[in-house]
Structures are given as C-alpha cells and as structure tokens.
Design a protein around this ligand. Sequence first.
Ligand code: NAD
Length: 334
Amino acid sequence: MRKTVLVTGGCGFIGANFVRLLFETRPDWRLINLDKLTYAGNLQNLEGLAEHPDYRFVRGDICDRPLLDTLFQEEQIDTVVHFAAESHVDRSITGPAEFIRTNITGTFTLLEAAKKYWLENGQGQKKGHCRFLHVSTDEVYGSLGATGFFTEQTPYSPRSPYSASKASSDHLVRAYFHTYGLPILITNCSNNYGPYQFPEKLIPLMLNNGRQGKELPVYGDGGNVRDWLYVQDHCEAIIRVIEQGRLGESYNIGGHNEKNNLQVVELLCDMLDEKIGLLPSGNARRSLITFVKDRLGHDRRYAIAADKIDRDLGWTPKYTFEQGIEKTVTWYLE
Ligand code: NAD
C-alpha cells in the first residue's frame, strides 16, 4: 500500500541510507525528509534525489511544533520514521544539553504532533495503517560483561547522557502507545557501519586518518566490544518492522558480528595497506595505532540477541562483516 512517510534526520548516516533504500525498493511511497542539518546532516548524502516528484526536503527542527503540525496536515502523513537525534556519545559527555533537547524534547514534540493529527483531529483518514517507528539503540540496555546478550526484556540501564536521552525517548514513545493508543514501534539496533557516516565515528575516522597517514587513536586497551551491523541490513529491518511489526512492540536488530575496537582498527589498517599501499615510510598502518585515555564511563560490551525479529518477522542480516566492511572501505576510498 502506498505510504506517505515523514523521515526525520534523513540527511544523517542511517537516515540517508534509508531514504535511498526506500526509493529503490518502494518507488510508490512519498517521502518527506525533515532535517535540521546539524553538523551531522549533509545534503550531499542524498544527491540526485532533490528533483524526484515524490520527495520533499524540509530544513527544520523536530522541536518546532507549528512546523510539524503544518507538515502532517499538508502532506497527510501516515508513517513516521524517526531517526533525528544527537548521536555521538563523546559529544554527549562534553555537551549533554543538545541531547536532552533533540532526543527527548524533540521526540516528545513529534509524538504530540502525530497524536494530534492521527488521533484527535479526525484528519488521519488512513488511521488503520498509521505507524510511528522510533529508531533507538542497544545502548539503552547498558553494558555487558564477557557473556550474555541484550533481549527486548533486558531492563534499561543507560550509562551515558546519550543513551539516557535515547532511553528516555523510548519510554515516552511506549507511553504514547499505552496511554493514547498511538500506533508505535521501536527498534533498538547495534553499531551501524557503511557509507555516508560522519567521520567522527570509529570506522570512517580510522579510514580517513589511515588514508592520510595520521594517528589512529584507540580508546583504553581497545577491548570494548560492539556488534557491527551493516547499515543496509538495518534499513531493510526497519522497512520490515513498518510493514509487519506488531504495534506497541520493540525489536532488537543486530548483525551477529561481535568485534572489539582494536580488531576493527587492525583490520582496516590491513585493508588500507592492501588497497592503497604501505605508508610512504614503508611501514604498515598498524604502526599508526595509539592507545589514548579511555572515554568516561565507556561501556565494555554490547551484544544483541536479534531472535525476536527473526522469529516473528523473518528478518536476519544478509551481510557478513567481511562483505559489509569490503563495501564500506571501497566506498570511502572512492
Ligand atoms: P547522525 O548523527 O548521522 O544523523 C542525525 C541526523 O539528525 C542529522 O542529519 C541531523 O542533521 C539530524 N538532526 C539532529 N537534530 C535534529 C533536530 N533537532 N531536528 C531535525 N533534525 C535533526 O545519526 P545516525 O547515526 O544516522 O543515527 C540515526 C538514529 O539511529 C539516531 O536516533 C541514533 O540514536 C540511532 N542509532 C544509531 C546507531 C549508529 O550506529 N549510528 C546505532 C543505534 C542507534
């Protein structure tokens, strides 16, 4: 069925990959991309789409309630896919205020606008197939030891201002389902990697520095473990949840790819050496790795059990880490 989708944060990393995938796989859907274009948003991520008749870009803030009301009315939005957020843990440690504003107040404002349009106003004609999908993170569950996995039943235990703000937004979204019957869905995913990521995050930062022969700073002992999810797999999972997810439910999305930071950085070094040659000094890029003071409160390990989305919706990741990282490195070098 044709949908009119409001994507928030569609000029960021995952949002841009999602918008591109939607155009490829759901050509009859209309797409409105609301993005404030913070430092993390980049219009070039969506180059080539601006003229598409079923695409509209709006530069604006999810905290701007009058703008949201106008968009819901004008476009008759029936689906929201909410990516917009402040997303970098390090920035949340040095400046948490913007995380509270965008991630909590912004999500609240968006929920209120959807509630008004879909439930109160009588305007949401296609009420039955309205969906509000909130994109969240596995970081809301806290930190794991050497064993165990996060399931949808794992109690929330966020430990950084970023994850606390995302946990708060998840609670609000869920509350709007139980209190007002808003048709919500929540996804909690692990670390994404792939094209269009801002080069402050581990993989694009290391590729950028490594290519230029600059230092490769690794936090602590490099032993922090993440479950790496190729961004296209994540975006396909989101479409599956929109189309088949049970309202009010959360779905964990993971890549079945646990690697510690040092393993990832060493692999990137080796791939760069192979693809563009050794450093001018003749040294391998692993020589650029330097261990720096650990991030405050650095969570040791995240690992996702993505059994529910597999069992209930038949989604599993298609890309192995080897395939995904090959595509990623090639994309950044190009
Ligand atoms: P990103 O930082 O690359 O992009 C965020 C986008 O939101 C940017 O385009 C930015 O301009 C926009 N934005 C920020 N504040 C806004 C506001 N007030 N109003 C409108 N637009 C605003 O983020 P990302 O990595 O693409 O992450 C997208 C979502 O996925 C976030 O909600 C994040 O918490 C979640 N997530 C990301 C990862 C990951 O590995 N990147 C993992 C788990 C969950």
